[in-house]
Ligand binder design. Structure first.
Ligand code: R5P
Length: 315
């Protein structure tokens, strides 16, 4: 790899270290702190002039703080004459507002894309966007990796008997179908409704058979856990033998972990796109690292190689 520098923003150090260790590179040094008036300060402690710069930012709460530091870091890299700035955003925040579906609301995912672009990024590499159309909100390049193959591999290794993939709602049925093909098992579909801005989803029925089976519920993200808990309950009610869940982004907002811990789900598998604090970890939650996938994407971008086969499941 040539002329490459990788830096961590805010709390992304652990993830960035993993990426750097995969690539056998030293993480770039930068300084970042807050003034007494709450303004952020960012300074690269080494030259980035004419370098291929990668800025990694994870977006756990407080998310507004994370996005502001990212923007300031991009600006600093641009003003320090970086040749190319690629933002690595394992979890794209504000993604759930991707259309004007009510009067007088913002389209925040588009706004975030515009902010990153305006700050000076040349490219963004992210993962499992809540809505894949968000990719088109960027005028700059946007590569969207997926954590789904890590989840598939994990469950394949478990060799569960009588699996059935359960889609949490009609919107996720295409993705569930893909999982069921990869895991070579049938699928079922939950009829879920969500009213307006209500964070709480309500599952009413299930189409398909989960009785005496190992039900696998996949989603792009687990936020409040509402969708998942409804799905767990309905699978249980319809006689599932054991219930597992998998998601790329484990956000676990509010008391999601406590509520999931009390539920009858056997195991929840997520990747580390959103860091989970040590003190919040519970036995039921298994975190698998997606950092090597991002590292491989960075290597290919730096070497001018195609990313194509990172989007395919070929074993
Ligand atoms: C729904 O559109 C998504 O696929 C997820 O089901 C949702 O974002 C999960 O949110 P929560 O955990 O808050 O129900």
């Amino acid at each position: 790899m040539r002329d490459i520098k990788i830096f961590a923003c805010n709390t992304a150090e652990k993830f960035t270290e993993e990426v750097c260790s995969y690539l056998n590179l030293k993480m770039g040094e930068k300084d970042s702190y807050k003034f007494k008036n709450d303004n952020n300060f960012v300074q690269f402690k080494e030259s980035v002039r004419n370098q291929d710069v990668y800025l990694i930012q994870t977006t756990e709460v407080p998310v507004n703080e994370r996005i502001m530091e990212l923007l300031i870091t991009i600006d600093a890299a641009k003003r320090a004459a970086a040749k190319r700035i690629t933002v690595i955003l394992p979890y794209f925040i504000y993604a759930r507002t991707d259309k004007k579906d009510q009067p007088r609301v913002a389209i925040t995912s588009k706004l975030i894309a515009k902010l990153i672009e305006t700050a000076g990024a040349d490219r963004v590499i992210t993962c499992d966007l809540h809505n894949s159309a968000i990719q088109a909100f960027f005028e700059i390049g946007c590569d969207r990796l997926t954590g789904s193959y890590l989840l598939v591999d994990y469950f394949k290794k478990k060799k569960l008997k009588d699996m059935v993939v359960v889609a949490t709602d009609a919107g996720s049925s295409k993705k569930a179908y893909k999982y069921s093909k990869l895991l070579n098992c049938p699928m079922a579909l939950i009829d879920k409704r969500r009213d307006n801005n209500d964070d709480k989803a309500c599952a009413t029925n299930i189409i398909g058979n989960v009785k005496d089976k190992s039900a696998l519920i996949f989603d792009d993200e687990i936020s409040t856990g509402g969708t998942l808990i409804e799905a767990i309950n309905i699978c249980k009610k319809h006689g599932a033998k054991e219930i597992y869940a998998g998601a790329t982004h484990g956000i676990f907002a509010g008391d999601a972990i406590e509520r999931l811990d009390k539920s009858c789900v056997k195991e929840i598998v997520v990747t580390n796109t959103v860091p989970l604090e040590e003190k919040r970890k519970i036995d039921k939650i298994k975190v698998i690292s997606i950092a090597p996938l991002f590292a491989e994407a960075i290597r290919r971008v730096n070497e001018g190689k195609a990313l194509g086969d990172l989007f395919l499941y070929e074993k």
